[in-house]
Design a protein around this ligand. Sequence first.
Ligand code: COA
Length: 392
Amino acid sequence: MTVPIGIHDIALATGHYAMDLAELARHNGADVNKYYIGLGQTSQTVPAPDEDIVTLAAAAAKQIVARHGVEGIRTILFATESGIDQSKSAAVYVQDLIGLPAASRAVELKQACYGGTSALQLAVGIVARDPEQRVLVIASDIAKYDLDSGGESTQGGAAVAMLVAANPNLAVVDETVGLYTANVQDFWRPNYRSTPLVDGKLSVSAYLEAVEQAWKDYEGRGGRGVSEFAGFCYHQPFTKMAHKAHTRLLELKGIEATAARLHADLSPTTIYNRAIGNSYTASLFVGFTSLLDHSDDLDGRSVALFSYGSGCVAELFSVTMVPGYRAHLRTADNRAAIARREPISYEKYRALRDFTLPEDGSELVVSARSRSPFRLTAISGHSRIYAAAHAQ
Ligand code: COA
């Protein structure tokens, strides 16, 4: 008998500030409904200077470790698009910050926004080989585009940490998946740039093509039919993208994508993403968390998840919710993490954007600004120095 493997726990963290997109509209003269309705975004998380992908990741992972301890964790998989180092993995910093075992492998994975799904599937494989082990999967990103570019309205940031284990409390990761890879230049970030180069319209059409192709692969491998799913989660660079993607899937199956159908299928999965903005690798799992926190009982039901990373790699997979999963959710904490962000004006956002870490080896002490349990405290010797809040 094969042991069920999947998501035992899932925790969310986001940054300190939030800018309402009305502020961006005030700056650039756009009709705010382009953002609120056209993109389906109300605000975006803006990190404080003492936050980065490592502090967000550690804040998410700390919640997992506080509940489950570190026993059996021998692998930490950290997926990100916004890596802080060309060589050293961000997972090593998290291992140190939250006291994960030294007898562990800690690595970083990259394929734009898809990386978190690859980490999840690799984790399932590791646990399949040794069900005594548990794998900490982290997806953490800060989405940052050029000032006054089309992508600026879709910025955001968040981290999601998941504990992958045998006999999980929350969701079993089902075996059948649909895959699609194509060499598309829709979004990429050369090593010398801090913001991506992006062909926004191409990225939308490449994403939709990937939905179709991944679904066809999934179907060809004996996957479930659309009507067998109780929920649908899509990677959400902006929440309207989930509507476009689901419309494409429904139409492919000859189902009319009415506004009522789209609302029923998607509204619970877009609530957090609407407020946070894009969080690249974390976005799909923010959407999954939102679904779990805003759905009627999904006991024993299956949820379809579609992961897309520009460039591009896509995967259609599913999970089946474990009966009683609702007792293990973190709904109040997740809502609080989003609600407690400090609202900022466009001017404050610009000041935060203008703050950059030194790139010439000079030293910097980063003053405490966020309430994060972990902070970036300094740049010293070309290194980022982190500390737990209680240690400062
Ligand atoms: N009221 C309501 N809707 C409005 C509006 C208004 N006043 N003004 C514009 N809109 C709608 C548009 O009709 C469009 O909707 P549609 O796509 O359903 O037709 C939507 O708002 C966006 O408008 P658009 O002119 O296309 O915006 P843009 O030129 O700023 O580009 C992106 C949008 C997504 C391409 C851009 O934000 C981007 O490049 N983002 C980064 C890359 C990304 O997220 N890619 C997604 C796939 S990975």
